[in-house]
Ligand binder design. Structure first.
Ligand SMILES: C=C(O[C@H]1C=CC=C(C(=O)O)[C@@H]1O)C(=O)O
Ligand SMILES: [Mg+2]
Length: 435
């Protein structure tokens, strides 16, 4: 049963689990289809899987604060491992364009009935409930785990039957017009995005995508959030914020170039990116904004002067890590609220850029380019930026990618940059990559 958080007690019993992988746990939990999530951090040191929702927190106008208030109001009875709140929010609440997302909420955070955690080599499962956990609940959980151990899972890439770029012309036109507006000093930077719409012969399976993303994108956050018939998933290289024991970490990730086929070519491309003015401009806006946000939330913080390269399988980015020590009353959700959207996803100045995106982008981003992740009851947590992603619905997949537009952006090369950013999801979906 789902219910609201006010005046709720959450009972948590932890069991140690052996010989089950996070992927098995996710794949075999078909009886909870429609209520599942998956998370793995970039270093692959923490994997969290949740199935069955015992609590669903949503938010409206002031969603980060509303979620925080509800989470803090819950009384927790945990015997060992903490419960986790997992979820995400949409990119822009003021965008009311129709989309393929159905009734996916503006903010969706869940506490799972069965929450599986892998930390290094150790695995635990929490049984979580809003009523005291009984011997019957424990027996049901044991049976659930036993069923997972024996389940056979077949994961085949789906067969694509149609590939369309619905907003290609609108996107090229938008880049041209927005570049003109930037040259006219209406804004400094605006991120514009577009969609790839794919059709498959059969239903696309969430577990297959998670399985392939885990194998194919080792240097990324792997995330998935299911709501009814729809599954939002991706492999993002970009951290929005990580909080561990009151230390906060963020990452400026903006400015892109493809990977080289050979090591030598890859190095030349990386060097080119590090010395390119247009990409450097895209990046610096993000550094300035994240540094300002850390200044407001932290007692001390550090920002390196020069960007490095952040490489994942298909793409390399300019990357500046930022870290600080949070002020006493500051929380991960407050930091996420103020960081979102950074100029890697929105633009500069923020509100002006958001208005331009609403005017020029043909799509509604919904949860693409938004914070997705988790927090616990001690104040720790992590949010990635939901990039390199797709919304899966039955036999359809919608992929999303964009890029930072500045005064010297060119439509064709921005278009090609989005093609590179589609590659991780396209590969996971079995798309033809001409490799
Ligand atoms: C908006 C996206 O990427 C952002 C993150 C890294 C690099 C970006 C760029 O170089 O344009 C974008 O700001 C996307 O992947 O859809
Ligand atoms: Mg770019």
């Amino acid at each position: 049963m789902q219910q609201n958080a006010s005046d709720v007690t959450l009972y948590v019993t932890t069991m140690e689990v052996t010989t089950i992988t996070p992927l098995q746990f996710f794949s075999a939990s078909d009886m909870y289809k429609g209520q599942r999530y998956f998370w793995q951090n970039r270093e692959a040191t923490l994997t969290i899987v949740g199935v069955g929702n015992v609590l669903t927190l949503t938010g409206t106008d002031n969603r980060f604060n509303e979620i925080e208030k509800q989470w803090k109001a819950i009384h927790i009875h945990a015997n060992q491992e903490q419960p986790i709140l997992f979820g995400g929010v949409t990119f822009d609440q003021l965008n009311d364009k129709k989309s393929e997302w159905g009734d996916f909420p503006q903010a969706l955070f869940v506490v799972a009935k069965y929450q599986f955690i892998q930390k290094g080599q150790q695995c635990f499962m929490n049984i979580q409930s809003t009523s005291p956990i009984t011997a019957k609940d424990q027996a049901e959980a044991e049976a659930f785990l036993a069923a997972i151990k024996t389940a056979t899972i077949t994961l085949e890439k789906p067969k694509m039957i149609a590939y369309t770029e619905p907003e290609k012309e609108a996107y090229l036109q938008a880049v041209k017009e927005v570049t003109t507006r930037i040259r006219n000093k209406e804004a400094d930077k605006v991120v514009l995005a577009r969609t790839l719409a794919l059709q498959f012969e059969n239903q696309v399976q969430p577990a297959q995508l998670i399985s392939d993303l885990l194998k194919e994108q080792p240097d990324c956050y792997i995330y998935g959030l299911e709501f009814g018939q729809r599954f939002f998933t991706g492999a993002s290289p970009e951290r929005l914020v990580h909080v561990a024991k009151h230390h906060a970490y963020s990452a400026c990730v903006a400015g892109s170039i493809k990977r080289g086929v050979t090591a030598a070519e890859d190095e030349v491309l990386g060097y080119t990116l590090l010395h390119d003015d247009k990409n450097g401009g895209e990046h610096q806006h993000v550094v300035d904004m994240i540094a300002d946000t850390f200044k407001a939330h932290c007692t001390t913080y550090k920002v390196p002067k020069q960007p490095q390269l952040l490489k994942s399988r298909d793409i390399q980015h300019l990357y500046t890590p930022v870290e600080g020590v949070l002020k006493a009353q500051k929380t991960i959700l407050q930091l996420a609220k103020d960081l979102h959207p950074t100029p890697a996803l929105g633009g500069v100045p923020r509100n002006k850029a958001m208005a331009i995106i609403r005017q020029h982008e043909a799509m509604n981003r919904e949860m693409y380019a938004s914070p997705i992740g988790w927090l616990d009851t001690t104040g720790d947590g992590e949010f990635a930026v939901a990039l390199r992603c797709a919304l899966i619905h039955d036999k359809q997949a919608y992929l999303y990618a964009g890029g930072g537009i500045v005064a010297d952006s060119e439509p064709q090369s921005e278009y090609e940059e989005t093609l590179v950013k589609f590659r991780p999801m396209l590969r996971a979906l079995g798309g033809d990559l001409h490799e």
